[in-house]
Design a protein around this ligand. Structure first.
Ligand SMILES: Nc1ncnc2c1ncn2[C@@H]1O[C@H](COP(=O)(O)OP(=O)(O)OP(=O)(O)O)[C@@H](O)[C@H]1O
Ligand SMILES: [Mg+2]
Length: 220
């Protein structure tokens, strides 16, 4: 059975597609068979990135497609090790369906209260529909200066949740890389790649933990 990792948020533009693509790239480079399912059929951010990536050649293959429903995204899922689901920039009944089926649900947020507040609301809503805290991963993105990390960690901790170790700073190098079909870990800026590596590695550890839970049959 493939592992399913989804990226969800109540607010748009927080970094779902950006992190989903980074995880896909790191997974594929690690020889996993990766499907990146873009559920935003209007924007198709991940799909367009996938095309640019393919045109570059040389990159480890990622199967990227747009799907009108989560069920469609799961067709032929046994052919993959990792299914990454990039959801649209708002919540809908599909968010719950996707989250329930996911081994890990990633909620990206910036460090502004404008983004942290809806992030906590969403985390609570996910818990209310039966998704335990250990399947939730909050990822700090778009950080402008180091002091923002402390503010965000304190805010999320006060709400009873935890941020993944590491964060993604706001950088033009990430945008340029994504424009070219590359991921956060593949920019021309070594320090930016390193920051992305730290966060994606934290996420991979979380995924590995949840994969072990699934194999032991203790999943919820
Ligand atoms: N760390 C960053 N530094 C610079 N630009 C970033 C960073 N993260 C994301 N962006 C840019 O910000 C915009 C929003 O990011 P992204 O598309 O990943 O968010 P999203 O949550 O998927 O948005 P939506 O809700 O619309 O699907 C994109 O233009 C992306 O390239
Ligand atoms: Mg998106």
């Amino acid at each position: 059975m493939p592992l399913i990792v989804s990226f969800v948020s109540q607010k748009g533009g927080v970094g779902k597609s950006t992190l989903a693509r980074a995880l896909a790239a790191v997974g594929a480079t690690g020889k996993l068979k990766v499907k990146l399912a873009d559920l935003d059929v209007q924007q198709q951010t991940s799909v367009r990135w996938g095309k640019a990536r393919k045109q570059r050649g040389n990159a480890s293959p990622i199967n990227v497609g747009a799907f009108r429903s989560f069920e469609e995204a799961l067709v032929n899922s046994d052919a993959f090790d990792l299914i990454i689901v990039d959801t649209p920039g708002h919540t809908s009944p599909t968010t719950g369906t996707v989250a329930r089926a996911s081994n890990v649900v990633v909620v990206p947020t910036s460090a502004t209260i404008d983004d942290l507040y809806p992030t906590v609301l969403l985390l609570r809503a996910l818990e209310e529909i039966g998704i335990s805290q250990n399947r939730l991963a909050v990822a700090l993105c778009r950080v402008l200066e180091a002091s923002e990390e402390r503010v965000a960690r304190n805010y999320i901790a006060a709400a009873g949740y935890e941020l993944l170790p590491g964060f993604i700073p706001e950088r033009a190098s990430y945008r340029n890389a994504q424009n070219r079909g590359q991921a956060l870990t593949e920019t021309v800026d070594g320090a930016a790649n390193e920051s992305a590596d730290v966060l994606i590695e934290s996420l991979l550890r979380k995924i590995a933990e949840q994969s072990a839970v699934m194999q032991n049959g203790n999943g919820d």
